[in-house]
Ligand binder design. Structure first.
Ligand SMILES: *[C@@H]1O[C@H](CO)[C@@H](O)[C@H](O)[C@H]1NC(C)=O
Ligand SMILES: *[C@@H]1O[C@H](CO)[C@@H](O)[C@H](O)[C@H]1NC(C)=O
Ligand SMILES: *[C@@H]1O[C@H](CO)[C@@H](O)[C@H](O)[C@H]1NC(C)=O
Length: 702
C-alpha cells in the first residue's frame, strides 16, 4: 500500500463534526460578496448555496469584476460532502462516497436521476466472489472520509474501506480508496480508485468493476458514442413496457414514448466499443442545452488490451466507465487471486465532464459533441495527470518510454521485410505469446505503429513487461524475446524488431483478411422486425439484433459451400458459424471449402491456418475429403465464452489453430475441407472466423 501521507491525515475531517464550511475562497472575498460563512448551524444549508443563483454564471463575467469568482470549495456535512467550483457542484454521500448529485452552473436540479435512491445515481461498483462461485454486487460503500488535498487550485477527497478477516465472506477482500478531485475552473471532476489486497488475504475473483451513472431522465435523451453512433434513445420505461427477446438485454419496443421508435430493438450491447475507442461518450440534453461525458485519457487501467470490447452508454439513461468485465471475452477476463496473493491497482482517473451550448445555437448535438472531443484531446495532452495525490498514481517523471520499429518477415509474401504498418504494439505484464488479451490484473500500454512500423509507447509505469504486437494483414502474435524493465524516466529504443508470422509454405488459397474481426464477411441484411435504425448502413449490420438467425433462412436445408476461385468471401462466407434451426431443434452445421489442386505432393504436409475472431461454447471439427469420417482430422474441442454473437460484436477473443493436412489426404483435382460446428444447445453457440489459409508444403522461396 502507499506510504501514509501524514500531512493529509492531519487534514482529516471526521464525519461526526456538524457542518463545517471549508472554503478556499478567502473569507474576505466571501464577505466582499456579502455571503456569510455558516459554520455553526447543524443540518442547515450552507449559505453559498442560497446565493448560488445570484452569482454570475460565467467565469468571464466574474473575473472581469475582481478575479476572485473562480472559487473552489469543500463543504463537509454530517452525511454529505460537497465539492464545488464556479461551474460544477458534486454531492457525495458521507462516508459511503456515492455520487448523489451533479449540478451545473445555475441549472436547476440534479443532472443525475434524482428519483433514484441516493445509492443508485452515481457509484463505483464491483461484482466479486470466490472463484467458481456466483458473484455479489457491491457498490463499494466506504466507511471513512478524509480530505487529502485542499488548496486554492485543487480539492481531493478520499473515501476508504479497510478489510480485515472479520469481514471474510461478507466483504470483498480488498482495501478500497475512492478519490474525487475537483480543480479550480474545471468543468467537471475526476475520480479514481485504488484497490489494494494484502498478502495472506483469501482467494477472490472480480467479475466486473466500473463506474455507473444513472442520469436525469427528464434531461438526457440523446446519446453519443462516436461521430456516427448517436441517436435519440428510448426511455427506461419504454424498455420496461417492451418485449424481451432471446436475451433479456434485447427488447423490442412495443409502445415507446416516441412513436417513431416503435418496432425497434434496444440493447445496451449495440453500443459497445473497443477499449482503444472509448475515450469519450455521453449524453446530451436539449433543454437545457448541456452534455455530460465520461472521458478517459488513457486505457492503461482497463483489462484486456486495446481490442477488448465493453459497454459505454445505454438506455436508462446510463453512462459507464468499464474497467473489468467478462463482456466479449468470458470469465478469463475476471481477475482471480489465489489465497494470499497481494494486488494493488489504480483504476482511472476518469474525467466526468459537463458542457453547455448557447440556447440559440441550432445544432446542440454537434456543438456539444465536438466540444467533448476537444476536451478529450486536452485530457490526453495532460496525461499522465500531475495532480492526483495518491503515491499509487505515478506522475510523468515516474514513467518511461519505449520506442522501436516493427517489421514483418514473410518470405512467401515479400522477399524483403515489410513495415509493420498500423500494428498494435503494447507492453503488458509478462506472459506467453498473446497473453495480453486475457490479462486483467496489471496495466497495459498500447499504441499503433506508423506506416513505416515505427512506434513509441509513452507514459509507461515502472515495472517489468513483455512487448507484444499484432499486425493487421498477418496472422498470429508477436512477443519480443527480452523482458522490458521500465524505471522512472527511462527511455529505451529497441531498434528493429522482426515478427515472423506462422508460415510454412506458399498460399494455396485464403479466405478473409487477417485482422481479428469477421466484419469483412457476409453480415446479412437485418430483419425489418428487429431494426435499430441507427445501424441501417451495411458496415454496422453486425450490431443489429437477430443477424445470426438469418443463417437458417439463407441455408434452410444445405449448409454453406465456398468454392475457391468462384465464391467471394464478402458475399458467400457467413459471418458466424452457428447451428441451424430445424423445427424446434438446433442441428450441427458443416461448411465446405471446395478447391482444386492440380499436383499434390503426397509426402508433403499442407497446413490449414484457422484464425478465429470469436468462439462461444463451440467445437470446430475439421475433415478432409470425407465428411462422414468418424474421427475428424482435427478438433478444437469445446472452446470460448465470449458470447460475441449474442452481444452483436464482430469479434471476441482471438484464436489461432494450425492443422497439419498430410498430402495423402488430398488428391489431384477437386478437394473439400469440411468445417463442422458440433455444439447446438443454444442458437448463440458458434464461431466467427477471422481468416483461413491453406499452405502448400515448403517451397524453396524461403
Ligand atoms: C447533498 O445532498 C443531500 C441529499 O440529497 C442534501 O440533503 C444536501 O443538502 C446536499 N448538499 C448540498 C450542499 O447540496
Ligand atoms: C449461480 O447463478 C446461476 C444463474 O443465475 C444459478 O443457476 C445457480 O444456481 C447459482 N449458483 C449458486 C451456487 O448460487
Ligand atoms: C415444437 O415443440 C412444440 C412444444 O414442445 C410442439 O407442440 C410442436 O409440435 C413441435 N414442433 C415440431 C415441428 O417439432
Amino acid at each position: 500500500m502507499k506510504k501514509t501521507n501524514y500531512s493529509s491525515m492531519l487534514q482529516s475531517i471526521t464525519a461526526v463534526l456538524s457542518i463545517l464550511l471549508l472554503s478556499i475562497t478567502s473569507v474576505e472575498s466571501l464577505l466582499a460578496k456579502n455571503i456569510q460563512v455558516n459554520v455553526a448551524a447543524s443540518g442547515g444549508l450552507d449559505t453559498t448555496l442560497r446565493h448560488r443563483k445570484a452569482r454570475p454564471s460565467s467565469r468571464g463575467d466574474a473575473t472581469a469584476i475582481d478575479g476572485s469568482n473562480s472559487k473552489l470549495q469543500l463543504l463537509v456535512q454530517e452525511r454529505h460532502v460537497v465539492l464545488e467550483n464556479s461551474i460544477v457542484r458534486v454531492n457525495l454521500s458521507n462516508p459511503e462516497g456515492l455520487i448523489t448529485a451533479i449540478q451545473y452552473k445555475d441549472i436547476d436540479g440534479n443532472l443525475l436521476d434524482h428519483g433514484s435512491a441516493e445509492d443508485s445515481r452515481g457509484y463505483w461498483d464491483v461484482v466479486w466472489g470466490e472463484p467458481r462461485k456466483n458473484g455479489t454486487m457491491d457498490k463499494l460503500r466506504t466507511t471513512t472520509f478524509k480530505v487529502i488535498v485542499q488548496n486554492e487550485n485543487q480539492i481531493e477527497v478520499s473515501f476508504t474501506r479497510i478489510w480485515d478477516t472479520s469481514l471474510k465472506g461478507k466483504v470483498m477482500p480488498v482495501n478500497v480508496d475512492k478519490r474525487y478531485i475537483m480543480l479550480k475552473d474545471s468543468s467537471g471532476f475526476y475520480t479514481y480508485a485504488i484497490f489494494d489486497r494484502l498478502k495472506g488475504w483469501p482467494e477472490l475473483s472480480i467479475g466486473e468493476a466500473r463506474i455507473a451513472f444513472k442520469l436525469s431522465e427528464e434531461k438526457f435523451h440523446h446519446m453519443t458514442i462516436t461521430d456516427a453512433r448517436q441517436r435519440e434513445m428510448p426511455t427506461y420505461q419504454d424498455r420496461q413496457k417492451g418485449q424481451p427477446l432471446a436475451y433479456p438485454e434485447a427488447v423490442l419496443l412495443t409502445d415507446p414514448v416516441n412513436p417513431a421508435q416503435k418496432g425497434e430493438v434496444d440493447d445496451k450491447y449495440q453500443y459497445s466499443t473497443e477499449n482503444k475507442d472509448t475515450g469519450v461518450h455521453g449524453w446530451i440534453s436539449v433543454n437545457p442545452p448541456i452534455g455530460l461525458w465520461m472521458i478517459a485519457a488513457s486505457n492503461e487501467f482497463r483489462a484486456g488490451g486495446p481490442n477488448k470490447q465493453d459497454l459505454t452508454s445505454h438506455t436508462g439513461p446510463i453512462s459507464l466507465a468499464m474497467f473489468i468485465s467478462s463482456h466479449y471475452s468470458g470469465e478469463d477476463l475476471a481477475p482471480k487471486f489465489e489465497n494470499g496473493e497481494p494486488w494493488n491497482k489504480v483504476f482511472g482517473p476518469v474525467f466526468v465532464y459537463v458542457n453547455s451550448a448557447p440556447e440559440a445555437k441550432k445544432d446542440v448535438f454537434t456543438t456539444l459533441w465536438e466540444d467533448a472531443k476537444v476536451q478529450l484531446a486536452k485530457e490526453i495532452k495532460s496525461w499522465p495527470y500531475s495532480f492526483p495525490a495518491s503515491d499509487d498514481f505515478p506522475a510523468s517523471d515516474q514513467r518511461g518510454t519505449v520506442t522501436g520499429s516493427l517489421l514483418v518477415r514473410d518470405r512467401y509474401v515479400n522477399k524483403r521485410d515489410i513495415a509493420g504498418k498500423s500494428a498494435y504494439v503494447g507492453l503488458a505484464p509478462p506472459g506467453d505469446v498473446g497473453s495480453w488479451q486475457r490479462e486483467c490484473k496489471g496495466y497495459q500500454f498500447w499504441t499503433t505503429a506508423n506506416a513505416d512500423g515505427s512506434f513509441s509507447i509513452q507514459n509507461v509505469r515502472a515495472g517489468e513487461y513483455n512487448l507484444f504486437a499484432w499486425v493487421p494483414g498477418f496472422i498470429g502474435d508477436f512477443k519480443h524475446s527480452t523482458m522490458i524493465k521500465i524505471s522512472p524516466g527511462s527511455k529505451q529504443n529497441l531498434g528493429k524488431l522482426v515478427y515472423e508470422p506462422p508460415r510454412a509454405g506458399p498460399t494455396v488459397w485464403e479466405i478473409g483478411f487477417p485482422d481479428r474481426s469477421a466484419a469483412e464477411f457476409r453480415v446479412p441484411e437485418p430483419n425489418k422486425k428487429f431494426m435499430n435504425k441507427l445501424y441501417a448502413n451495411r458496415e454496422d449490420w453486425f450490431r443489429q439484433y437477430g443477424t445470426w438467425e438469418r443463417y437458417s433462412e439463407m441455408y434452410p436445408t444445405r449448409d454453406l459451400v465456398y468454392t475457391v476461385g468462384v465464391s467471394q468471401y464478402q458475399r458467400d462466407w457467413f459471418y458466424a458459424h452457428v447451428p441451424r434451426k430445424l423445427g424446434n431443434k438446433s442441428v450441427p452445421t458443416t461448411w465446405s471449402i471446395v478447391f482444386e489442386i492440380k499436383k499434390i505432393l503426397p509426402s508433403g504436409t499442407y497446413k490449414l491456418r484457422l484464425a478465429l475472431a470469436s468462439a462461444t461454447y463451440a467445437e470446430l471439427q475439421v475433415r478432409v475429403n470425407d465428411q462422414k469420417a468418424a474421427k475428424p482430422l482435427f478438433t478444437t474441442g469445446r472452446i470460448g465464452k465470449d458470447n460475441a454473437i449474442a452481444r452483436h460484436g464482430i469479434h471476441g477473443l482471438y484464436w489461432l489453430y494450425t492443422v497439419d493436412v498430410p498430402g495423402i489426404l488430398l488428391r489431384p483435382g477437386q478437394n473439400t475441407i469440411f468445417l463442422t460446428q458440433t455444439r447446438t444447445s443454444s442458437a448463440f453457440y458458434g464461431f466467427m472466423y477471422d481468416y483461413i489459409r491453406l499452405e502448400g508444403p515448403p517451397s524453396n522461396v524461403a
